[in-house]
Design a protein around this ligand. Structure first.
Ligand SMILES: CC(=O)N[C@H](C=O)[C@@H](O)[C@H](O)[C@H](O)COP(=O)(O)O
Length: 237
C-alpha cells in the first residue's frame, strides 16, 4: 500500500491548500474548492491542515491528503515552537478526519509534552497504520530522523527555525544534500514560486514537490506582481 502510494507521488506536484483565520480564503468550503482546482490541474496529492478542512477535502477529491494539524496558541512563537502536528493526539485527529499521510515537525526543537520525533513517528505508524512524513529544517535533522522510519522526509521547515538559513527561493541545496544522504523519498517544500524551481528540485533528487502560496494564496500572488510594479515605477522617480 505504502509502495503503491509512493510510486504514484513520484515526480508529481502536491498542492498545499491552507489559509489561517486571518486570511481571506479561510474556511473548509474554500479549501475544498482549492483541492478540486489542484486535482483538475494535475496535482498528485494535496496538503491540508486541521480536521475540518481535511474532512471537506475528502468529500470532493480522490487525491491522497497529506494532513497536518497546526496547533497555535496566542503565545506561539513562529520560530521557536513546534506547531505542525506536535503530538500523537493532534495526529489522531487528522487521521480520523481522513488524512492519508501524516506530516509531523521533526526538527530538534522541544515539543509541548516532551515527546520525541522518534516516539511520535513510531507511535503514529504502529497505532494508526498510516505513512508519516518527517518535516525538518536542516540536513543534520534529516539524517537523524531517517533512522526513525519515516516514509518521506520534507524540507518544509528550512528557514523557519531560528538556526536554519532562510534562502530567498526554495532551499535546493538542502534538497540535493538530503536526497544524496538518505535512502528515503524527499518532498521539497517551501518558497517555490516558479515551475523552473520545481524542475530543479526534481533534478536535484526530490521525489515530490509541494507548493502552497504560489498557487493558493492569491493575496501573495497579487503582491508579487504589485511589488515588481513598485520597483518599476521607482525607476522614473
Ligand atoms: C513553515 C510553515 O509552517 N509552512 C507551512 C506548512 O504547512 C505553510 O505555511 C506553507 O505554506 C507550506 O509549507 C508550503 O510552502 P509555500 O507556501 O512556501 O509554498
Amino acid at each position: 500500500m505504502m509502495l503503491e502510494l509512493l510510486s504514484k507521488l513520484k515526480n508529481g506536484l502536491i498542492v498545499s491548500c491552507q489559509a489561517f483565520e486571518h486570511e481571506p480564503l479561510y474556511g473548509a468550503d474554500i479549501m475544498a474548492k482549492m483541492a478540486i482546482c489542484a486535482e483538475i490541474g494535475g496535482a498528485v496529492a494535496v496538503r491540508a491542515s486541521w480536521p475540518e478542512n481535511i474532512r471537506e477535502i475528502k468529500k470532493v477529491t480522490n487525491l491522497p491528503i497529506f494532513g497536518i494539524n497546526k496547533i497555535i496558541t496566542k503565545d506561539t512563537n513562529k520560530y521557536e515552537d513546534v506547531i505542525i502536528t506536535p503530538t500523537f493526539e493532534a495526529a489522531k485527529e487528522i487521521y480520523e478526519a481522513g488524512a492519508d499521510i501524516i506530516a509531523v515537525d521533526c526538527t530538534d526543537r522541544k515539543r509541548p509534552n516532551g515527546v520525541t520525533s522518534e516516539e511520535l513517528i513510531k507511535r503514529i505508524k504502529q497505532e494508526l497504520g498510516v505513512p508519516v512524513m518527517a518535516e525538518v529544517s536542516t540536513l543534520e535533522e534529516g539524517i537523524k530522523v531517517a533512522q526513525y522510519g519515516p516514509d518521506i522526509i520534507s524540507t518544509t521547515l528550512a528557514g523557519y527555525t531560528n538556526y536554519s538559513v532562510k534562502t530567498e527561493g526554495p532551499d535546493l541545496e538542502l534538497v540535493e544534500k538530503l536526497a544524496a544522504a538518505v535512502d528515503i523519498p524527499i518532498n521539497a517544500e517551501g518558497r517555490f514560486w516558479t515551475p523552473e524551481q520545481m524542475i530543479q528540485a526534481f533534478e536535484k533528487g526530490a521525489w515530490v514537490v509541494t507548493i502552497g502560496s504560489a498557487i493558493t494564496r492569491p493575496q501573495l500572488i497579487t503582491k508579487r506582481f504589485t511589488s515588481e510594479l513598485e520597483k518599476w515605477k521607482k525607476r522614473f522617480d
